[in-house]
Design a binder for this molecule. Sequence first.
Ligand SMILES: CC(C)(COP(=O)(O)OP(=O)(O)OC[C@H]1O[C@@H](n2cnc3c(N)ncnc32)[C@H](O)[C@@H]1OP(=O)(O)O)[C@@H](O)C(=O)NCCC(=O)NCCS
Length: 400
Amino acid sequence: MTTAPDVVVRVISEREYAAWYRDHEVAFGRRGTAEEANRARPSVEVDRALAAFDGTAIVGTAHAHSVELTLPGGVSAAALVDMVGVAPTHRRRGVLTRMVAHQLADVYDRGEPLAALTASESVIYGRFGYGIVGMQENWSIAREHSALAARSEPEGRLRLVHLEDAKAPMLDIYAGVTAQRPGMVRYRPESYDLLLSDEDGQAEGTVFRAVYEEDSRPLGYAKYRMGKDVLAVEELMALTPTAWAAVWGYCLSMDLTSGTEAVRRPVDDPLLWMLADPARLQRSITDRMWLRIVDVGPALERRRYGEEGRLVVQVLDDFCPWNAGVYELDAGETYAGCRPTSSAPDLILSASDLAAVYLASAGFTTLARAGRVIEQTPGALALADSMFRTGLAPWAPYNL
Ligand SMILES: CC(C)(COP(=O)(O)OP(=O)(O)OC[C@H]1O[C@@H](n2cnc3c(N)ncnc32)[C@H](O)[C@@H]1OP(=O)(O)O)[C@@H](O)C(=O)NCCC(=O)NCCS
């Protein structure tokens, strides 16, 4: 690989924002418009907007949102990375590598123990120490197979609402779901307008929002698109099983459609078990959220654990060398302490594999069988699996 020595990576200034925004789309084969740049401005943190400059030309971009990430029994400050791209003229010359190194050092300096992202291509981020923490399912089911096993009459009612009226109930429900499920993100208030808006130039059909309420309390919603003859669920969240069943029942039984599709569903969505004929649900599973443990000690201390235990773990980390070392984790359901130690490790694994087990997306035993975790002390894998297990699978329903 020829490196690009003349390229300078730095944070942009406010004055450079509009050009930076327009150019970040170049990596995806288009150029952003001034209007899009204006619309996105509130959700962009300019002091976290990185550019790679070749002279005055922007040839690479990366950005991070300051967010909070739900963990089992806790929450952590985190960087949510997006807008990553390198101009086609400058690829495979180390520009991304330099931007990621710059960004992760900044995340560490800010005291955020975690960075997360969704990847356009799954091959890119493992080399930087990111690991898969959340898978997602995309679904399709024909109308004639979409009956629910138990169709109970919901106690509440569904209302179709316009965007302006939908925001408050959707945010309420989103906040409730976010508090319960690991991997979910609490954004800065400025970002929600963009998240909830209809804009998706590429998708066909009209967007609708249905909110389910009991005694005027919003408990579930679906945002869906009516295409030619398919109802496409883009978001569906609910706070109670009844609300979940009511919203799904609605989306699965729409007249004049041949079926329902859904994207970005969590892998433990109960819908499969609600269908009368679950085998007819066509499912495809892909990677969704990638996580980078940027500071091992605080990251392990922020969450709570399924079982009490003490584990000595050696973390290998060439890309963020401050992380590499041996740590003693002493933790349980209500406490967690993690500190460097000179004791011999029970387990040895890389930073990206630590990310994969961090929210129990993968088990330690499974990764050991894949040759990725080394067990030095017999029984350590089983203990680690019990300690790191979580109730709900991680989920990242939004695109930001
Ligand atoms: C993905 C992208 C950002 C990589 O930028 P880059 O500057 O070319 O990456 P680097 O030169 O730093 O590459 C680092 C390593 O990753 C590899 N790599 C990077 N992108 C890759 C890809 N898409 N497929 C396979 N390998 C890739 C490089 O070969 C290199 O490997 P090496 O260190 O073994 O030589 C760039 O190709 C791009 O903008 N693609 C389109 C937009 C996109 O996918 N953005 C990511 C959004 S999540």
